[in-house]
Structure formats: structure tokens, C-alpha cells
Design a protein around this ligand. Structure first.
Ligand code: HEM
Length: 377
């Protein structure tokens, strides 16, 4: 999409698509709008007006009922409860789990393998299962259902995909209902126990929807970061050497990977009041905006020579995790996973090399590799 973004961005920071929605392309305007309290996300009330039966599709419903698609005051309350359970201490406590799981996956990787299937796909789900307290034995089941549900994050899906998402939503809701009941009876050291406790103040429906969201929001997004970063390491052996010699370099490498190929390419908002874009341009209330995060991250006004991959850029701070009230709750976890995984891969598999043509995922919002053939022999 990057050449297209360049053309759009050089035309204007914001302009209308044929269907009345507006694209936002620059870093400055995207960052500003992400934080603008006058903008809202589509929520259950909006869905009621254009799709009265949306609750019948439980895949869609679980995401629409989650914090991702909720506005204040409910968003503020739910987000606060979730943030109180998803603490820095809990994330730091997952470092050992990440290292253990990543080590196991690398040890089991065949000499010629698809990196996505053998590593980038299973690692995030293992980590989310540990976070939520889902037993190891249920991981494969979880992974399949999370994958089926993820299509609802895309603007366009087939009827068959929507049916599969509905089924996955139903089964995940049943699963979490059971898990919540267990944890309410005998709490453990996991996020489900904390979120399900009486003092989180969430309703039963909010609890379910947000547990499903945590699973879905942290899955393919992180898979894409791991796949893209590994592809960049294969393409730039000098960066791989640096990272192998000094694992601390992983921090900047991960930030630049997030900037260079944003795993989430777009966030959507709607104007809740008239939006003044300057130069006499005003958008009426109810205008839908598509904030092109992937374009903002390649804006030459913010990042000189934007199409060059360069972890030494000062002050990278990509908008890949969004910004403002809906800023990604899992950003510290996603970063940690990648910061642990890349140096580990490079030291355990010093001869890791490409073994065929990678295939990009055929999606608009979630960008990353569907296949990344590698060999380590
Ligand atoms: C929200 C990106 C990983 C949980 C978001 C948003 C973005 C994003 C762009 C904001 C959407 C918007 O403003 O409309 C990413 C990327 C990830 C990642 C690029 C990996 C590289 C994770 C992980 C988790 C997670 C690992 C949890 C386990 C969430 C949640 C929200 C969110 C709960 C909703 C926050 C809210 O609405 O207040 N993510 N995410 N994400 N993300 Fe992530």
C-alpha cells in the first residue's frame, strides 16, 4: 500500500473517498485525531441503526460489546478496570513464559519450515493463554477460534467467514463463561481471575466481550510483528549481527519494525461534532474517518527517508498502537514478546535464512506475512 499512501499523502492530509468516508494520511493529523475527544468509535448504538441484528453474530457482537468499540463514559470505566489487571508487573512476569515458549518453538522448528506456522502464529497465543489462565491443553482449540474470529476486525469479509466468526464467538463465549465461573469460585494469579472479581465492576456481558477482545486483539497483530521483524532480519544481515551481539538493540529494532510495516494499518473514528481541519475545511458531525496508521508511519515530514529501514532513527514512536483513549492496552506485552523473540531466534538459529518466496496476508487492516519459508541448516 505504501506507494499509494505516498500519492494520497502528497495530495492532502485528509480527503474524501467516494463513499463519503475520509482518509487521513499524515503523521501530524493522525496523531492529533487519535487524541481528539470530539471523535468517537462506532459503538453498539451505531450498529443498532445500520445492522439491527448484529447481536445474532456472536463474533461481531463480542468485539462490538468490548472496550474497542465503546465510548465514554462506559469506555473509561471498562478501560480502567482492564488496565488495573493488565499491569506492568503482570507483563514483566510473562518474560519467562515468553522465553520458555519461544525456546520450545525454536527447538521444535524443522530445518526447513514456514516461520509463521511454526513460530509467529503459536507464540502470541501461548502468551495470551498464560496471561488469561487458559490451560496449555486448550491452546490449539483457542488458536483456531481466535483465527476464525479475527476476520471481524476487517471491513470486508465473505459470508462464510462471517458464519465461522459467529460460531467461534459462541464457542469462545461458552468457554470463557466456564472459565469465569471457575475463577470466581477459586481465583488464581491470572487476568481472568482479576477481571472476574466483584470489584472490577464489569457486567457479565462486558467481562465476556473484553476477554474475547484480549484474545483476538493480541493474536494476529503480534504474529504479524514477529513475521515482519524476522523478514527484516533476513533481509538485513547487518542488523541481525548487531542484535545477536547486543540484545539491547532489540528495543529500537522492534520500534522501527512497527513503524516500517505497521501490523495494524488503519484505525476508524467518527466525528461526534463538527471537526475543524483548518484552511476553512470543516467535516460535519457523523463523518467516518479512516486514520491510515501505516501512512502516518511513512510520512516524510516526520520520518526523513521514510522507506528506509533504520533502527537508528531518533525518537521513532510510531502510531502503530494507536493513541489517546484507545491506545493499545497490550502494547507493552507485544513489545516484550518481540524484544525477547528476535535475539533468541538469532542466537539459537545463527544460520537462519530465507527458503522461498514469502506470501503477504490478503487483508486491508492487519498487515503481515501468511507464509515465510525459512531454513536454519
Ligand atoms: C487496541 C495495535 C497487540 C490488546 C489497539 C489499537 C491498535 C492496536 C492500533 C487501537 C485501535 C483503535 O484506536 O481503534 C496492536 C498491535 C499489536 C497489538 C500493532 C501487536 C504488535 C496487542 C496485545 C493485546 C492487545 C498483545 C493484549 C493481549 C488491545 C486492546 C485494545 C487494543 C484490549 C483496545 C483498547 C481500547 O479500546 O481502549 N491495538 N495491538 N493488543 N489492543 Fe492492541
Amino acid at each position: 500500500p505504501y506507494p499509494a499512501y505516498d500519492v494520497l499523502r502528497s495530495t492532502a492530509p485528509a480527503f474524501p473517498a467516494l463513499d463519503g468516508r475520509w482518509f487521513v494520511t499524515t503523521h501530524a493529523l493522525t496523531s492529533r485525531l487519535l487524541r481528539d475527544p470530539g471523535l468517537r468509535v462506532s459503538d453498539a448504538a451505531d450498529y443498532d441503526t445500520f445492522w439491527p441484528d448484529w447481536r445474532d453474530n456472536r463474533g461481531v457482537a463480542s468485539i462490538v460489546e468490548s472496550m474497542l468499540m465503546t465510548n465514554p463514559p462506559d469506555h473509561t470505566r471498562i478501560r480502567r478496570a482492564a488496565a488495573a489487571t493488565f499491569t506492568a508487573r503482570r507483563v514483566a512476569g510473562l518474560r519467562d513464559v515468553i522465553t520458555e515458549q519461544a525456546t520450545e518453538l525454536i527447538e521444535q522448528m524443522p530445518e526447513r519450515a514456514d516461520f509463521v506456522t511454526t513460530f509467529a502464529y503459536p507464540l502470541p497465543i501461548a502468551v495470551i493463554c498464560a496471561l488469561l489462565g487458559v490451560p496449555d491443553a486448550d491452546r490449539t482449540w483457542f488458536r483456531r477460534h481466535a483465527a476464525d474470529l479475527t476476520v471481524v476486525l476487517e471491513p470486508i469479509s465473505t459470508e462464510e467467514e462471517m458464519e465461522r466468526a459467529d460460531l467461534a464467538g459462541r464457542e469462545l463465549e461458552d468457554y470463557f463463561t466456564g472459565l469465569i465461573a471457575e475463577r470466581q469460585k477459586s481465583p488464581r494469579e491470572d487476568l481472568t481471575s482479576d477481571l472476574a472479581s466483584a470489584d472490577s465492576g464489569l457486567t457479565g456481558a462486558e467481562l465476556l466481550a473484553n476477554l474475547v477482545l484480549l484474545l483476538v486483539a493480541g493474536f494476529e497483530t503480534t504474529t504479524n510483528l514477529l513475521g515482519t521483524g524476522t523478514k527484516l532480519l533476513l533481509d538485513h544481515p547487518a542488523h541481525a549481527d548487531r542484535l545477536r551481539a547486543d540484545p539491547e538493540q532489540a528495543v529500537a529494532f522492534v520500534e522501527e519494525t512497527l513503524r516500517y510495516d505497521s501490523p495494524v494499518q488503519m484505525a476508524t473514528r467518527t466525528t461526534g461534532q463538527v471537526l475543524d481541519l483548518g484552511d476553512g475545511l470543516e467535516l460535519p458531525t457523523g463523518t467516518d474517518l479512516m486514520l491510515l496508521l501505516g501512512s502516518a508511519n511513512r510520512d516524510p515530514d516526520r520520518y526523513p527517508d521514510p522507506h528506509r529501514f533504520d533502527p537508528d532513527r531518533p525518537n521513532i514512536q510510531p502510531v502503530s498502537f494507536g493513541g489517546g483513549a484507545h491506545y493499545c492496552l497490550g502494547a507493552p506485552l507485544a513489545r516484550l514478546e518481540a524484544q525477547v523473540a528476535f535475539p533468541l531466534l538469532l542466537t539459537m538459529l545463527p544460520h537462519l535464512a530465507p527458503a522461498g518466496e514469502p506470501v503477504l496476508r490478503d487483508r486491508l487492516v492487519l498487515r503481515g506475512y501468511a507464509e515465510l519459508p525459512v531454513t536454519w541448516g
